[in-house]
Design a protein around this ligand. Structure first.
Ligand code: FEO
Length: 404
């Protein structure tokens, strides 16, 4: 098979994982790729590896271009298992190669491998490595999204190897955005970017803005962004940079998402009149039932909307378990710039809606109060209350959205 070249002498040598559907708990209906890159220069350099079960695939791809024993330098931008867990197999083929990673990368890597015989150099932002005709510039990106994370900029080629950032979980025969968009739509590709950001990078918005600003100050001229997952951005890398800046700055659609669960359908019955109320203020809404929806999809839908209503029945005086799980997961993602409200049915004591609001307060989100509780099953009068609740929430959401 013909090697896939990003630019003259810079190759993709990664693996396509068509079948993965559960990526550490994150659903990946389109699969993913583990991208790594080989530079053929005076000193042959490999940037990143792949997930352990694809080690043979990347080795075969490398062999298509050069003998792996000729690799002199190995850059480890990120030590998470999907990128570094085949490192030992690569090192068996080129044991004298020098590895480059951050100090935190080294500390983490020694928990996974016996690194005592490996020649490791730790690098910081601004450090460079000359490999012949090309120079690699290292840029630390701590907590984007692990402490060890960094990116590598190939100066002469103007390629940013961006590790997880700007990636998407998309398996495809296409490697580049212009190829992907001839058979699939740009909207689908952007959807993959938002999905990835919401589930992996949501907590780090401010860091992302700062890091992109730092790179702009460094004057990096970026012609191509090559992430470690999914499609490589060569047609318009500025577009994905801007998408990240927008998301990190709090961009969201002026719409509501209702995320709920239900025991005997009473909370579920509340959703329809609520959506009518929202619609009559001129906003669209989406409705997500938690037990019918994987968590990562619910998180993405939450992230895309400016406002969210949580629907939860009361069970044993607290929130329904799937709703509690969702809010716990969401709290870890440290969402910002969203307005929240809650509703639900109860039989006697109630308590779930109150607990949902306590969660919103812990997350520091904008709050729409009061919540709405319905006894047992919504009556026609209750449905009218639901409609008004939806309408008032949508008015507040519209007002709040003006701030962005
Ligand atoms: Fe794709 Fe953080 O690993």
């Amino acid at each position: 098979m013909k090697a896939i070249e990003l630019k003259n002498g810079v190759y993709w040598v990664g693996a396509v994982d068509w079948a993965v559907r559960d990526f550490h708990g994150y659903v990946t209906p389109k699969g993913t790729t583990y991208n790594n890159y080989l530079i053929v220069d005076d000193e042959i350099t490999l940037l990143d590896t792949v997930k352990y079960n694809f080690a043979d695939v990347t080795i075969k791809n490398i062999k298509n271009i050069v003998e792996p024993s000729k690799i002199r330098h190995l850059v480890i931008n990120h030590i998470e298992n999907d990128h570094a867990s085949s490192l030992d197999k690569i090192m068996q083929l080129t044991p004298n190669a020098t590895l480059y990673m951050t100090e935190k990368g080294k500390k983490g890597l020694e928990r996974f491998f016996d690194i005592s015989k490996w020649n490791i150099k730790t690098v910081k932002t601004g450090d460079t490595l000359n490999i012949g005709k090309r120079t690699l510039l290292f840029i630390e990106t701590p907590m984007l999204h692990w402490p060890d994370s960094m990116m590598t900029y190939i100066k002469e080629e103007k390629i940013l190897i961006s590790q997880d950032a700007f990636g998407q979980h998309i398996a495809s025969a296409a490697r580049f955005d212009d190829e992907y968009c001839t058979c699939e739509s740009m909207a689908e590709l952007e959807d993959g970017v938002v999905d990835y950001y919401a589930n992996i990078l949501m907590p780090f918005g401010q860091l992302i803005k700062n890091k992109i600003a730092d790179m702009q100050k460094m004057g990096l001229d970026i012609e191509m962004i090559a992430p470690d997952h999914g499609i490589i951005w060569r047609a318009n890398p500025q577009r994905v940079l801007q998408t990240y800046i927008d998301m990190a700055s709090g961009a969201a659609r002026p719409r509501a998402v209702i995320i709920y669960d239900t025991m005997w359908h009473s909370t579920e019955e509340m959703t329809l009149p609520i959506t009518k109320g929202i619609r009559d203020v001129g906003l669209e809404s989406k409705v997500i039932k938690l037990r019918a929806t994987p968590m990562s999809i619910a998180i993405k839908e939450f992230w895309e909307a400016r406002g969210c209503l949580i629907g939860t029945p009361t069970l044993n005086n607290i929130m329904y378990p799937s709703v509690a799980e969702f809010l716990t997961h969401l709290r870890g993602l440290r969402p910002k710039n969203r307005i929240m409200g809650a509703f639900g049915s109860y039989g006697w004591g109630g308590g779930a809606v109150k607990e949902a609001y306590e969660n919103f307060k812990k997350m520091g989100l904008e709050i729409f109060e009061p919540g709405l509780q319905i006894l047992y099953k919504p009556s026609a009068e209750d449905e009218a209350k639901c409609y008004d609740f939806g309408k008032e929430f949508a008015k507040k959401l519209k007002e709040y959205h003006q701030k962005f």
